[in-house]
Design a protein around this ligand. Sequence first.
Ligand code: NAG
Length: 230
Amino acid sequence: MAATLSISRLLLSSPTSLSLSTATATATTSSFFPAAKSLSSKLSFTSLPIKHHPKPLKFSTAKSTISATISVGDKLPDATLSYFDPSGELQTTTISDLTKNKKAILFAVPGAFTPTCSQKHLPGFVEKSKDLKAKGVDTIACISVNDAFVMRAWKENLKVNDEVLLLSDGNGDFTRAIGAELNLSDQPVGLGVRSRRYALLAEDGVVKVLNLEEGGAFTFSGAEDILKVL
Ligand SMILES: *[C@@H]1O[C@H](CO)[C@@H](O)[C@H](O)[C@H]1NC(C)=O
């Protein structure tokens, strides 16, 4: 029940948010992706006047399962992910390529360019990539249900080099296979079905650590959290 309530807190479902002022709508989004220090401290979701949400929060309890299909000790399902190489050619890789005989960190974000993902989650792994690799990590990959064009633009925008691979799970195949989908269709922000935020450590394709967040929250899926358990 607590888990269900947290999901309902994340899923600010009222379509009337559309009619809110830009400032409020931005605040709603930023509290949803609880990044924005300034905005979320000024205006959190709970501080929004209740009259802006005349309808009760609605979400499907049947679909809002908190646990993923995958858990520690499981072998990762295989899936194909795509990216643009430095020469601009579209390439594909597989979960198996990324993890076989390797120590790999895979982390996922609800969306490229969204506040927490851009300001904290990805930059944290870029910053700590040397430390993580010094601890024996071979692969650090960021996965998002975005297409490869968007992932390339995000990589360029954040000036990421080869510290972290930015991989597109555009059709959501891997995300679905591990049961980490996050259905944001109720949100006016237009994200559709994305991935919950997580960071996992896999050794030879077997999950050793799984830090799976409730939706877009960012509490224990950062680079520091993985560094601690290496
Ligand atoms: C996502 O949620 C919407 C309702 O908000 C529902 O219509 C849709 O079927 C859901 N999609 C998936 C893939 O669960």
